[in-house]
Design a protein around this ligand. Structure first.
Ligand SMILES: Nc1nc2c(c(=O)[nH]1)N[C@H]1C(S)=C(S)[C@@H](COP(=O)(O)O)O[C@H]1N2
Ligand SMILES: [Mo]
Length: 213
């Protein structure tokens, strides 16, 4: 990411913070819609053809790999962690974008602090109840807008959109956010996920149309 883009992204984050509790400010679409994207009013569903039904009783989020305190969080334990809200834009590589998605859940950094990754941990590998996986450099997971979301628009996250819990990483194409998330593994070396081994870009920056490798 260029320095200018990095600064613009941070500035957008700061503006969002100051707008918390209010309707997000309208932003000119020329500055807001990444190149090659079209705005959608609806909310398309993309999955692998299965939407696993995991009850709150059986749901577990396993966090392991290069961490001092590996853990498996049950649904009640997960929901007892500090909760955050964030509104962000959502960009799918298939060229649709959705503005002002209001997510609620647990910040990635909260989990990070809990498991205490070792210094060697540089990459994160997410796994899901439907067999999906995706990978993201750890540094990109530590922005405050990266969430494990359990609500959308103030209601529990629908199963079709990844409930009980899904990962949201607003600055990357949406395939980098695992729906139905079941595991978070901290690694020293990068490990390609489901779409990354099938030719999707490993870096997935919507602003540079970094779609396919
Ligand atoms: N577990 C899982 N997560 C996934 C996917 C999937 O097939 N399985 N698809 C990805 C893709 S390509 C996109 S665009 C978004 C779609 O999220 P949505 O169905 O809520 O729009 O989820 C991402 N996360
Ligand atoms: Mo996608």
């Amino acid at each position: 990411m260029s320095k200018d883009r990095y600064i613009a992204a941070k500035q957008k984050w700061a503006e969002k913070q100051s707008a918390r509790g209010f309707t997000p400010r309208p932003v000119a679409s020329a500055e807001r819609l990444p190149p090659g994207q079209k705005l959608t009013a609806g909310f398309p569903v993309l999955d692998l053809g299965v939407q696993p039904e995991i009850s709150p009783e059986e749901w577990l989020l396993k966090i392991d790999g290069l961490v001092a305190q590996p853990t498996s969080l049950a649904w009640a334990q997960f929901n007892a962690l500090p909760q955050v809200d964030d509104a962000s834009d959502f960009h799918c590589v298939t060229t649709w974008s959705k503005y002002d998605c209001r997510w609620g859940g647990v910040a990635f950094t909260t989990l990070y602090e809990q498991v205490q990754p070792l210094p060697e941990a540089q990459f994160v590998y997410f796994t899901s109840y439907d067999g999906y996986s995706t990978n993201v450099p750890l540094a990109q997971c530590l922005d405050a807008d990266v969430l494990i979301a359990t609500s959308f628009d103030g209601a529990p996250l629908a199963r079709e959109h990844g409930g009980l819990a899904r990962v949201i990483i607003p600055k990357l194409y949406a395939w980098k956010g695992a729906k139905f998330v079941s595991g978070i593994t901290f690694l020293a070396e990068d490990k390609l996920g489901f779409w990354e081994v099938r030719g999707y870009s490993n870096t997935a920056d919507p602003w540079t149309e970094d779609r396919y490798a």
